[in-house]
Structures are given as C-alpha cells and as structure tokens.
Design a protein around this ligand. Sequence first.
Ligand SMILES: C[S@@+](CC[C@H](N)C(=O)[O-])C[C@H]1O[C@@H](n2cnc3c(N)ncnc32)[C@H](O)[C@@H]1O
Length: 244
Amino acid sequence: MNPAVALALLRGFPEGGNHQQRLERFYGPQVEAYDRTRERLLPGRANVMGALALRLPDQATVVDLGGGTGSHLEHLGEAHQRLARLHLVDLCGPLLEQARQRGERHGWRHLRTHHADATTWRPSAPVDAVICSFSLTMIPAWWRAVDHAVTMLRPGGLLAVVDFTVSGAHPEAGLAVRPAWMRMLWPTWFAHDGVRLSPDHLPYLRGRLQQEWLVEGLHRLPWMPLRVPWYGWIGRIGTSSTLH
Ligand SMILES: C[S@@+](CC[C@H](N)C(=O)[O-])C[C@H]1O[C@@H](n2cnc3c(N)ncnc32)[C@H](O)[C@@H]1O
C-alpha cells in the first residue's frame, strides 16, 4: 500500500476541530494515492453505478453526496453523455479538487463541484437521482443525509447507495445475517479511520424508499485475509399519484 495512505490509516481519523477540518487533515496527505488505493479497498461501486446508469432518464440531473474524487462516477460510462447536470458535494477540499480535475480531463461539462455539507447542500430544483458512495458511513448524522437526499428527489427519483455494512443479530427478512465476530470486529476496526459501520443503514433506507435493487456481498480487504460485508442498494420514491 502507498506509504502516505498506510500512515494516515494507521494514525486514524484525527481528533479535534470540526468535521471538515478532520476530513481535510485525514484525506489531505492521501490525495494523490486515493484513487489507486480505493480501487481495491471499496467494493461494489461499478455494480451500483452500472445499475443506476440503466435506470437514469435522458437529460437527468444527479447529485452525489460525499462524492470525494469522483472516481466511482467513471462507472456511469456512456450515461455521462445523457446527463444534464451532475452535482458533486463534498466537505473535503483536496478530494473535491481531484474531482474537478477529473471532470476537466474527461470533458464532463455537466459536472459542478460544491464544497459543502451533504446534510445541508440543496439543488435549486428536484433531481432525478442522488448517489451516496461510501459516504454514509463517514457522515456523523447519516440519517439526516438520507432524509435530506429524499427531499431532493422528484417523484419517481432514485437514491443509490453503496457502502460497508454490518448485519444485525436478527436482521429483517431479505437482509443477510453475518457471524458474530464480523458484527463485533468490523465496527471497531473501521471506527479508527472515521468509518462508522451500522446495522441501521439498510433498514433505514428500506423504510424511507421503495427498494428497487439490492446486492449484498463480502469483500476481502487488500491487506488482510478477512472479508468485510458491503451492500449496494437503489430505492425509488413514489410518484405523486401514489403519495398521500
Ligand atoms: C470513503 S470517501 C468516499 C468518496 C467517494 N464517494 C468514493 O466512492 O470514492 C467518503 C467521502 O465522504 C465525504 N464526507 C464525509 N462527511 C461528509 C459531509 N458531512 N458532507 C459532505 N461530504 C462528506 C468525505 O470527505 C469523503 O470524500
């Protein structure tokens, strides 16, 4: 692993300061190696972006909350040509700058980057889809980000989420149950780096929107022989005729 990334992960998520300052101190030194290392570290992004791309209408407006460097957005492939606007929102300035440069490199003229908090930034009009790629586990008030995302969607709009997870001991029907050692080890392990795994994310998402697509998997981390649970999920908000 890249030495700057290894050092940042070993040191852990910084103490003190506000959330933005902590994110920038954590990610700032890793920024050059971020994309290379996360390619192997973060599973399922291609699956979820692919499943979302299939469902996006022409001339769609999409918001990406906690979009970081935007590397996962490359998996939207040819759908970029059909996007009217792509808003990437992130609190970490150095990662956001990488996203801006990516947009320039690829000629993504529909990309706008916003240095802002995912729980408060708003588009000027309802949007077709919101993406949260490995961001919910890093947003302290993650449920606020989900609620906020739901309020941005037009009727029939989509929320696409991919992230690490940990199952409950007795999850609701349709969700995977994982061994007790996973439920105990992973939340503690990831919390060191500011990543908060929770059994509540998936049930909360499924309670807020109509589930349209779900995949759950286990991913072998690059530096150890153990596997960590992840999920990809797409939910759709009801159309006005079905809302009361
Ligand atoms: C693990 S990274 C994932 C980045 C990117 N979505 C990806 O898939 O590579 C988590 C991202 O969430 C951002 N983030 C965390 N809390 C945030 C908040 N409250 N508002 C906006 N972005 C936030 C971080 O700065 C970081 O870019």
